[in-house]
Design a protein around this ligand. Sequence first.
Ligand code: NAD
Ligand code: FES
Length: 289
Amino acid sequence: MLTVYPILEKNDLASKVYRYVIAAPDIVKKAKAGQFVILRLHEGGERIPITLADWDMQRGTVTLYVQAIGKTTTMMSMLKVGDFLTDVVGPFGLPSHVEKGKTFVAVGGGFGIAAIHPIVRANKLVGNKTISIIGARSKEMIIMEDEMRAISDEVRIATDDGSYGTKGFVTTILKSMLEHKEPVDVVLAIGPVIMMKAVSDLTKQYGVKTLVSLNPIMMDGTGMCGACRVIVGDTMQFACVDGPEFDGHAVDFNLLMARQKMYSPQEKISMEIFEKTCRTQEHRETAAW
Ligand code: NAD
Ligand code: FES
């Protein structure tokens, strides 16, 4: 039997970020905090790994936040409620390891905020004190603020332009917490790689355990292809099966950043061809992808 994955809800947020609620009952049954799914819009299409932002057991739905930055994610941004994805496969990756009796500080940058959401909730559920530091370029780009407030003992907000909360990066807030000796047992950071590196560099100075969730290029998601390899300490790890969470103090971020840019020229060409061949929104919506 052919299974497809209908889009039940779609919201257009700031900065080309879209929220999708997708019917995927087979995934919901197994979903755990920290895991991700791999999407394909159509047969033979690019595989996009997306961390689960939320799920609803009763409705059998997953909630995903996707930024339209490349060809496939731009194509996805054109889908409407009632359209289908060909594949939503998963959940992949090891669930987040939750330790009890901790003050857990989660740092979410940009639409990485969506990825920290289930992990903060899992920590709250075991009774940990949860502090969420969320940041974006400006106020309208802060996502899931209400959802984060519902599961966090405290939410602290930073915007690059100072339009909301503290002016500065998420690390501005974290640095101040550490300098003021606020109790912090574990830090989890998810967002741009440069942010995860900055958080890890900072917490290393204070000897605070730090986890980062890595999103390298992925193909199969099952540990077979090697596309998602990362260096952690002196070992090679596959983010899809050994992660996605790793010790931020041991990750080779420079290699990760270089590998993430590996296909940038091809992605640029692919996007240019897509833009040229599908000039109008109407054409894009009817184009045979
Ligand atoms: P962005 O570039 O707008 O940055 C978001 C925030 O991160 C900034 O507002 C700032 O607070 C912080 N930040 C950025 N650069 C920093 C630096 N040098 N030092 C300290 N803090 C810094 O982010 P965006 O455009 O929303 O992109 C979100 C990123 O998150 C994407 O790169 C995406 O791939 C990544 N992401 C990762 C995962 C994951 O599972 N690892 C999940 C979702 C999103
Ligand atoms: Fe292929 Fe991880 S995506 S090994």
